[in-house]
Design a protein around this ligand. Structure first.
Ligand code: FE2
Length: 386
């Protein structure tokens, strides 16, 4: 099997890397970037710090700070308008997964016109967009290195997956110091998202030896440090391991795809506005348990990589330990069930079939080592309810 591996051509990795932004833009030939971020980054002063740094490097950047969690088609359209009117030749995306996904989608829309839903999977994206430099401030989505963006279509409430080689950022600046102020809940949710990326990339039917290496390395960094990063946000060792783990997991799933957890998680986010990492976490133990028979050795490898099973345990026992460890992690990080989250049970019930159909249409469940039909997905949603 020949695997096509795509990663950003430039990655600056380490504490303080954000200071290299001006040099990175110069290497890319970007002279007039638009900084894409969210109101929190603007109000916390981080966006200003970045703009000031750019100004002292002789770069006059614009600011678009209107990104929202679970980015919507409306915000993307507004941002693409700003891009066109301002004569910008690149973007700097600063924040969690949402601002980075927003910038990527703005680039698609600005280059290709039309509506964003024209480019959702499996449709191709005809023209590559302008370069995006991604600077994550959470250790989670991996969007800084992936070929994906996920945008909610406000007309249909669908979380659309949009994918293509042109969506890989031109550069990623991976500076764990930017995560030191990330609050515990966000650290937990985004950290479990990253762990899910690593596990799903490793068990994906599209996995390959290159992504395997990154996925296993990611699990080995995230699992031992996620509790510390939540309990002691200023712990630099924990933060650096989480950041490296999230980026490795991002490269793994960008090149091997995610699977059933992500497929089923997106509709929960779209209909009930549950943060992405949290909706993954709600599903991860039950979906993993159901999927075990499809790839028992692979799941056993995951158990060993996160330290949940020893080398002496056979695959069956080790894979069982993985599910137990994922349940413990949810308990320790106080992940609520959909019921505890406050989702209306009647609405949940009435939407389950549609959610399963949307999950199937996204293509992600087909990458799972055991592929469910709609009825089996509905049963898994029900199992995860409480
Ligand atoms: Fe994710």
């Amino acid at each position: 099997m020949v695997a096509t591996i795509l990663v950003p051509p430039i990655m600056e990795i380490g504490g303080g890397a954000v200071q290299r932004l001006g040099a990175v833009l110069a290497r890319l030939g970007v002279k007039r970037p638009l900084l894409v971020t969210d109101p929190y980054m603007r109000d916390s002063g981080l966006a200003d710090r970045v703009l000031t740094g750019l100004r002292s490097a002789g770069i006059d950047a614009g600011l678009f700070a209107d990104t929202v969690p679970d980015p919507t088609t409306g915000v993307i359209a507004a941002g693409a308008g700003r891009l066109r009117e301002g004569g910008y030749d690149g973007m700097v995306a600063l924040g969690g997964g949402s601002p980075i996904d927003t910038a990527k989608a703005m680039a698609v829309l600005a280059a290709n016109g039309g509506r964003l839903r024209d480019y959702k999977v499996p449709n191709p994206i005809p023209k590559p967009g302008m370069p995006v430099v991604a600077i994550p401030t959470t250790a989670g989505t991996g969007s800084e290195v992936t070929r994906f963006t996920v945008i909610t279509d406000t007309e249909t409430d669908e979380k659309m997956l949009i994918a293509g080689p042109g969506l890989v950022p031109a550069a990623a600046i991976i500076d764990f110091e930017l995560t030191l102020s990330c609050p515990p809940r966000l650290t937990a949710d985004t950290g479990i998202d990253a762990l899910t990326h690593a596990i799903e990339a490793y068990v994906s039917v599209k996995a390959n030896p290159f992504t395997d290496a990154m996925a296993i390395a990611a699990m080995g960094r995230i699992a031992p440090w996620i509790r510390t990063a939540c309990a002691d946000p200023a712990d630099r060792v924990a933060r650096e391991n989480m950041m490296l783990g999230a980026t490795l997991a991002g490269m793994a799933f960008s090149n091997a795809s995610v699977a059933l957890v992500h497929g089923m998680s997106r509709p929960i986010g779209a209909f009930f506005h549950v943060p992405h990492g949290l909706s993954n976490a709600m599903l991860l133990p039950a979906v993993t348990a159901w999927s075990l028979p499809g790839a028992i050795t692979r799941y056993a490898d995951c158990a060993r990589a996160i330290g949940a099973a020893g080398p002496g345990q056979d695959d069956e026992a080790a894979a069982g330990e993985l599910v137990a460890a994922l349940r413990r992690l949810n308990d320790d990080l106080q992940v609520p069930t959909p019921k505890q989250y406050g989702i209306d049970p009647a609405r949940w019930d009435s939407l389950l079939t549609l959610m399963a159909e949307q999950a199937l249409a996204s293509g992600s469940p087909n990458n799972n080592p055991r592929v469910p039909d709609v009825a089996e997905m509905v049963a898994l949603y029900r199992e995860s309810w409480e």
